[in-house]
Design a protein around this ligand. Structure first.
Ligand code: SAM
Ligand code: SF4
Length: 435
């Protein structure tokens, strides 16, 4: 069967969301159309994530659910990091799967579909030297806030993490290609660009670093906001910190994962920073941009983590006063060094630590939100809210802001933040911009 309609389900990080968008553009370029809501698609692409436990099991059960009541099934493409990790094995584990395509090979999907139509079950988990980006169609339409992957892979090998295995070695896309994509996104309606990478601040090309890239992107007409994520503390250089104080379009928000507040745990994780070096970086960033919102990632229950070491994590949360943060229970990933370390922490201990950590983070998040109540600022409208007449957008500090307005997505509104909640803000319009 030659598929006419498709559906893409992306799981996990923003880089997968970006890949999902690029796959959709690639398929649309070949004449396929997105299945409308409720319609059964001819082709389903499961763009999977492998970062935490049971990822593969979850992917296979999602695949199983694609069988229709009448016994037929769509063409099923297993994509993303589970596809990379499972490879050809996926075909023997599920007869439903027609093709397996890794994150560096999805530009070959159209050829693979042809192979499927001839009865093949292709697998492509290569990490080719020629970048997939060169083979993808140009970008035409964009969301008000658009993702742009500039760097992929990782060479840091934190002992708990699968990314270096599933996404491969660190590569930076060329400066000119990124600028061209940013310009097409702006022409396609983006007012904000979020630069993405596993270690986005390690981006470099021909002697230029992320700070120079940001300064160049800031010159693009129509683009009003720039963000970047996720950064590694060891790659937070002075030029980038200075950009936070000097580039008006660079939003006052920094996602800088520390993972743990204990230097012993950080060493066992093979993180190349200490709590002291991390706190010094935060201090410098705040000196450059005093109102910056700091966000982070934490892992609780890394093998051997003692109660005292966990307390040190709570302490760094207090020291930094995070505006938001993601926190995870350590999950042993097959093939990573930490998976075979002694002293794996019992689940109940992890549950208890995670609950305490999340409560502490929530306190700081609410305190941050309250500190912004009463401020006059701008909100980039993204989508309708739950109530009629309400829209949801983002403040410069990445807070969700609910505003009563009929302004279309993509509008930058002058707003006063009138009330703070634990997870969002309420805003009242001051005056509409000209856009
Ligand atoms: N490169 C970024 C850095 O070093 O901070 C993070 C990228 S990683 C895909 C996103 C987050 O997933 C990590 O910051 C970490 O908190 C979490 N993570 C990664 N592996 C994990 C594991 N095995 N168990 C629990 N959380 C994990
Ligand atoms: Fe994973 Fe980030 Fe460590 Fe790389 S730096 S191994 S992506 S946690």
């Amino acid at each position: 069967m030659t598929p006419k309609t498709f559906k893409i389900k992306s799981f996990g990080c923003q880089m997968n969301v970006y890949d999902g968008e690029r796959i959709a553009e690639l398929l649309a370029d070949r004449g396929l159309t997105p299945a409308v809501s409720g319609e059964e698609a001819d082709l389903v692409v499961l763009n999977t994530c492998h970062i935490r436990e049971k990822a593969a099991e979850k992917a296979y059960s999602d695949v199983g659910r694609l069988r229709r009541e009448d016994g037929t099934k769509p063409i099923v493409a297993l994509a993303g990091c589970v596809a990379q990790a499972e490879g050809a094995e996926a075909k023997s584990r599920s007869p439903m799967i027609d093709m397996v395509v890794g994150p560096q090979a999805y530009h070959r999907l159209p050829e693979m579909l042809e192979q499927v139509s001839r009865g093949g079950r292709p697998v492509d988990t290569d990490m080719p030297a020629i970048s997939k980006f060169d083979a993808l169609p140009a970008r035409r339409r964009a969301n008000p806030s658009a993702f742009l992957t500039i760097q992929e892979g990782c060479d840091k090998f934190c002992t708990y993490c699968v990314v270096p295995y599933t996404r491969g070695a660190e590569i930076s896309r060329p400066f000119g290609d990124i600028l061209a994509e940013a310009r097409s996104l702006a022409a396609g309606g983006a007012r904000e660009i979020v630069l993405l990478g596993q270690n986005v601040n390690a981006w470099e090309h021909e002697g230029r670093g992320l700070a120079e890239l940001i300064r160049e992107i800031a010159k693009i007409d129509g683009l009003e906001r720039i963000r970047y994520t996720t950064s590694h503390p060891a790659d937070m250089n002075d030029a980038l910190i200075a950009a936070h104080g000097e580039v008006e379009k660079l939003m006052p928000y920094l996602h800088l994962p520390v993972q743990s507040g204990s230097n012993r745990v950080l060493k066992a994780m093979n993180r190349s920073h200490t709590t002291e070096s991390y706190l010094r970086t935060i201090e410098k960033v705040r000196a450059a941009r005093p109102d910056i919102a700091i966000s982070g990632d934490f892992i609780v229950g890394f093998p051997g983590e003692t109660d005292e070491e966990f307390e040190a994590t709570l302490k760094i949360v207090d020291d930094v006063r995070y505006a938001s943060a993601y926190s995870f229970k350590y999950s042993a990933r097959p093939g990573t060094p930490a998976a075979v370390m002694e002293d794996q922490i019992p689940r109940e201990v992890m549950d208890e630590r995670l609950a305490r950590l999340q409560a502490r983070i929530a306190d700081h998040q609410l305190a941050f939100n309250r500190s912004t109540a009463g401020l006059d600022t701008q909100v980039l409208i993204e989508r309708p809210g739950r109530r009629t007449g309400q829209m949801i957008g983002r403040s410069p500090w990445l807070q969700s802001v609910h505003v009563d307005t009929d302004a279309a997505p993509g509008t930058l509104l002058d707003v006063t933040l009138t009330a703070a909640g634990p997870n969002s803000m309420t805003g009242a319009i001051r005056q509409r911009d000209a856009a």
